[in-house]
Design a protein around this ligand. Structure first.
Ligand code: ZN
Length: 423
């Protein structure tokens, strides 16, 4: 442990609590992208107080960006006295809708039994606050550090990150030489380092039929029945095959340590918009959205081929079976190597604070690291932050105050390792 650093953080305990509560009080719900600008302005002002230079950057023209709901991001930078490397803490400021089941006001920032409650407390305003306190404490204790610290609050992570990290990355904010190392304080638990995530392929499959009167289905061709055949083939062949594809990636939870696929939606037939009743027709179209999560060991071309080969076979087997398939989104799996400086620096912090080795994990779903790797071409990036992943997006979400303090210590120690030497 570094006593000076941990005292500087402890001294800021009340500040950390107040800052987290202040952030929770901005109802930055996405969609539609509520209160982004006031939240970004608040962060800019707060960081200016401790000497950061700040910029507000709007993700102009990105999905959802309107004058009513501008995609406002904040990027702040503090340059040390000598040249060195830059460490960037990136947090998303958007939160998901509250949903039902809350026993307290989700936007009040209630403090109870050592925890701060609210939508976004754990995912991830607690992590954002911890990174600010860590930077503040580090700058106070080591004012002569080499390099620079950046802190950003970005939007739209929960809807793909296009107006946030993807936009900033396209403007060079997540590339060398500006930035060398990135920590994303997502709630992955205070003693775990998240190295990356599985890959994603979203696609829409459509089966085609022929419309006819519902009383004489033999005159038409039902697209929904064709889709039934697709689902049956998936059940019999694809799902068991995916279950057998294990990975060496340390994905948590254990159930995600293999290939998975979800059927996100299915839609077929015409409905009457007014009454909600179906119209008496044979359906000529049925659409299915699949969400396939794949592994480092898999190739995306092969992932797609598995699905397409089933559809092609049905085209041979089933009379009048016609289909089309459309890609919606694809993200490659990512795993930062364990010997990267950002990993070894944060690991050293975890060893020092908790007296044990960190656990290295991979997230089942993607987060903004994908844009930093693909657009920014920066591979020295991890997710590390306080909060319990399982609480994210749930009612009565909270973050533990002690967990934030301990994480802030780990982050500050990481800064000390990375910024102690001139480049
Ligand atoms: Zn998050």
């Amino acid at each position: 442990m570094d006593d000076k650093l941990s005292r500087a953080i402890e001294k800021r305990r009340d500040d950390l609590i107040a800052l987290t509560r202040d952030l929770i009080r901005f109802p930055t719900i996405n969609p539609p992208g509520e209160a982004y600008t006031p939240c970004a302005e608040f962060l800019a002002k707060r960081l200016q107080l401790i000497g950061f230079e700040t910029q507000l950057i709007r993700g102009e023209g990105t999905p959802g960006d309107t004058d009513q709901y501008p995609r406002t991001n904040v990027v702040a930078r503090f340059d040390g006295r000598t040249h060195g490397q830059t460490v960037h803490f990136n947090s998303h400021i958007d939160v998901v809708e509250t949903g039902d089941g809350w026993t307290i006001d989700p936007f009040e920032g209630v403090v109870k039994n050592g925890k701060i409650y609210g939508r976004g407390a754990c995912d991830m305003k607690g992590g954002l606050a911890a990174s600010i306190i860590a930077a503040e404490a580090f700058i106070e204790v080591y004012p002569d550090f080499a390099g620079a610290i950046e802190i950003s609050g970005t939007v739209d992570e929960e809807s793909g990150g296009f107006g946030g990290v993807a936009y900033l990355a396209s403007k060079g904010f997540f590339s060398k030489p500006r930035v060398d190392h990135v920590i994303i304080p997502e709630p992955l638990n205070k003693d775990r380092i998240c190295l990356g995530h599985r890959g994603v392929w979203w696609a829409e499959i459509e089966t085609k039929g022929e419309i006819a009167h519902g009383s004489m289905p033999f005159l038409g061709d039902c697209a929904i029945r064709h889709m039934g055949a697709v689902l049956e083939a998936f059940e019999k062949e694809l799902f068991p095959a995916l279950d057998n594809k294990q990975t060496s990636m340390p994905v948590v939870p254990d159930g995600a340590r293999r290939s998975t696929m979800n059927i996100n939606s299915i839609h077929g037939g015409q409905t009457d918009d007014y009454s909600g009743l179906p119209s008496p027709n044979v359906s000529d179209s049925c659409r299915l959205t699949i969400d396939r999560r794949f592994l480092l060991e898999e190739d995306i071309a092969e992932v797609k081929r598995e699905v397409v080969s089933i559809l092609d076979r049905l085209q041979w087997e089933r009379p009048k079976f016609h289909y089309s398939i459309r890609d919606i989104m694809e993200v490659q799996p990512l795993m930062t190597e364990r010997d990267r400086p950002i990993v070894t620096a944060v690991a050293e912090g975890i060893r020092s604070v908790f007296g044990r080795e960190p656990q290295y994990v991979i997230s089942p779903g993607t987060y903004d690291q994908k844009h930093i790797a693909r657009i920014g071409l920066l591979h020295d990036c991890i997710a590390y932050g306080p909060g319990i992943l399982d609480l994210a997006h749930r009612p009565d979400e909270y973050v533990g105050i002690e967990d934030m303090i301990e994480s802030a210590n780990v982050m500050a120690l990481g800064l000390k390792v990375l910024l102690s030497r001139s480049a």
